[in-house]
Ligand binder design. Structure first.
Ligand code: MLT
Length: 271
């Protein structure tokens, strides 16, 4: 079954992929702007947002669900594009986990990718310590049947201090988005994220026009990580967003939209 999605506007296709453990509503600040100049397709990834729970959940699962890998998620996005009759190469954008999925998609089907937009993300896989931490988090989520402890720990990491202080409505929206994620999806995703490969070599070879965007106060994928990512890709554009943390498109939508519009106009000739 196809992913639930928003499909807005006409013209060249731009796909936007959400971060963990969010859903497609995180791109609300980009939809109207992009919908005026291109066809913007924004799915909920498998198990998230308006999609049904993961199916089948292995029963009984003493150790929880199997990993939901970034390749699984990328395959779903390719299937959605097929269902929508989109066969031409598209601009694929993703934030953090969405960036990992965009890179997985580029690895599986480079011919479907016209350009990449990578927001607050990284090319490398998890360190063994990070993978171990994710497994502990997955176990805790499954044991308690709730992702609440993860949400509580993650929220102050996702948004920068000024967002937390000055944008209480946005903070609440992000918290609610995370709380809406199902525990089994969260646990399966944590296991999938822990086993994602390093995409550095793939990105170097792919050599597509690429926009790299990072919040200047991103605590999860800091500017130095974005710099490393941008350096892998010849001719990439690196944009730092002031007063933004890990969720730059939500925290500073106008600055991020300006970066996207300049990139699309210059590199992909969408304007
Ligand atoms: C995300 O925002 O998608 C996550 O922070 C990704 C990750 O944990 O690596």
């Amino acid at each position: 079954m196809s992913l639930m999605h928003t499909d807005l506007g006409q013209g060249p296709v731009v796909v936007l992929l959400h971060g963990f453990p969010l859903n497609r509503s995180m791109w609300a600040g980009q939809l109207t702007t992009l919908g005026k100049i291109c066809r913007v397709i924004v799915p909920d990834l498998r198990g998230y947002g308006e999609n049904p729970p993961l199916d089948p959940v292995p029963e009984p699962y003493a150790d929880g669900p199997a990993a939901l890998t970034v390749e699984d998620l990328a395959g779903d996005v390719l299937a959605l594009l097929d269902d929508l009759g989109v066969s031409e190469p598209v601009v694929v954008g993703g934030l953090s986990m969405g960036g990992y999925v965009a890179m997985a998609l580029a690895s599986i089907a480079p011919e479907r990718v016209r350009a990449l937009m990578l927001f607050d993300t990284r090319a490398e896989g998890d360190t063994p310590e990070a993978a171990q931490r994710r497994e502990s988090q997955a176990k805790a989520v499954l044991e308690t049947g709730s992702a609440q402890s993860l949400v509580t720990a993650m929220l102050p990491m996702l948004l920068c201090p000024s967002t937390l202080k000055e944008q209480p409505d946005l903070t609440r929206i992000v918290q609610q988005m995370m709380e809406a994620a199902r525990p089994t999806t969260v646990a399966a995703t944590l296991r999938g994220l822990a086993r994602r490969p390093d995409r550095s070599a793939m990105l170097r070879e792919l050599a597509r026009p690429t926009l790299v965007v990072v919040g200047q106060e991103d605590a999860i994928t800091p500017p130095s990580v974005a710099q490393t990512l941008a350096q892998l890709i010849p001719g990439s554009n690196l944009i730092f967003i002031a007063s933004a943390g890990h969720l730059a498109p939500l925290e500073q939508p106008e600055a991020v939209n300006t970066a996207i519009l300049e990139f699309l106009a210059r590199v992909v000739h969408i304007n």
